[in-house]
Design a binder for this molecule. Structure first.
Ligand SMILES: Cc1ncc(COP(=O)(O)O)c(C=O)c1O
Length: 348
């Protein structure tokens, strides 16, 4: 007898970047410079209170974010990482059978979250240049579509969407379908043509902007993310959040991290400089590497992806293969990147 949902058997599990002791990990899009100053102290202090529940409403963090972003606090929902926020916005918008449109390949959590919500995934293939095909995505919206996810820049390909094309897309979709702009890598964007979704489109009634403290802010291990939406949408999301899922340490650490914007930006700039260097080196090795606006680069190696990742691993570098498609390589420290480039040169 089946005690659990039969359809889950067909669902792929989320594959995290592997951690191999002694190896360099360039597999999970983390920033390599450790926690921001003051974060560890804030966690230690918060630890004194772990016999108490955390603030259910995550009010102090939402207020701080509201101040930084220049939006009302009732427009923010904060939770246990932006992957959880993706789940919550889907739960808040979709009933079983409703459609969720997203580009593919994109963030691997989207199909899993859609399936667990009971929503139907509508995947629109990436363009030949590895980015979102926005006209095709707009054309894929039907009367059953409740949510569209736009990942900008896209994980795992790093490709950005620019202002005019995103505006045209939002105009084409219209106001009746929620469009999530997943900007997990916003802090690494340097191309001024790539819009800040909140500043430029956040006032539209159906736009939801998703951000995380896991990447540039260095809190991947604690889990803190948020979304900004119109008040009614944010309120619906807050209703479906798993109660108390943003723990005391995560809330305290997020507050401390947000005080370190300058240092965050300094570190992000180091990553950006290395991103150019690594991409240029790979181009020189004859590889087709799309322009990245995130903290990783994409090698569209097709059937060679798994073997390339294995060769890197033998050289002490863990990268993230997507079998049959490509390999995503997170930008690390200059030394880590050199080790990767040496391994890559031999592996191609
Ligand atoms: C596009 C995208 N969105 C969301 C997330 C989730 O981030 P987190 O749940 O750590 O906030 C990731 C993490 O890899 C991502 O790549």
């Amino acid at each position: 007898m089946n005690l659990t949902r039969a359809d889950l058997a067909a669902l792929p599990s989320y594959v995290p970047g592997r951690t191999v002791p002694g190896s360099i990990k360039l597999a999970s899009n983390e920033v390599p410079y450790g926690p921001l100053p003051g974060v560890v102290e804030a966690i230690v202090e918060a630890a004194q209170g772990v016999h108490r529940y955390p603030d259910l409403g995550v009010v102090a963090l939402r207020e701080k974010l509201a101040g930084r972003l220049g939006v009302a606090v009732d427009r923010i929902a904060a939770g246990c990482g932006s992957v959880a926020m993706t789940e919550h916005i889907m739960r808040a918008t979709c009933l079983p059978g409703d459609e969720v449109v997203y580009s593919w390949r994109s963030f691997e959590a989207y199909p899993i979250i859609a399936a667990t919500t009971g929503a139907t995934s509508v995947r629109v293939p990436n363009t030949a240049a590895h980015g979102h095909d926005l006209p095709a995505m707009a054309a894929a919206v039907t009367s059953r579509t409740k949510l569209v996810i736009v990942c900008n820049p896209n994980n795992p390909t790093g490709t950005p969407l620019r202002r005019a094309e995103l505006r045209d897309f939002l105009d084409a979709v219209g106001p009746d379908v929620v469009v999530v702009l997943d900007e997990a890598y916003r802090e690494f964007v340097t191309d001024t043509e790539v819009p800040d979704g909140l500043v430029e489109f956040g006032d539209r009634p159906n736009v939801v902007v998703l951000r995380t403290l896991s990447k540039a802010w260095g809190l991947a291990g604690l889990r803190a993310g948020y979304l900004v939406a119109q008040p009614e949408v944010a309120e619906a999301v807050r209703k479906v959040i798993t109660p108390f899922s943003t723990n005391i340490a995560a809330q305290a650490a997020a507050l401390a991290a947000l005080d370190q914007e300058e240092e965050m930006a300094r570190r992000a700039a180091l990553v950006v400089a290395e991103r150019s260097r690594v991409r240029d080196a790979l181009l020189k090795l004859g590889q087709d590497v799309p322009e990245s606006q995130a903290n990783f680069v994409w090698l569209p190696l097709g059937d060679g992806a798994t073997a390339f990742a294995q060769a890197c691993e033998q050289a002490g570098v863990i990268v993230r293969p997507f079998a049959g498609d490509g390999v995503r390589v997170t930008i690390g420290t200059p030394e880590e990147n050199d080790t990767f480039l040496n391994a890559a040169e031999k592996a191609f």
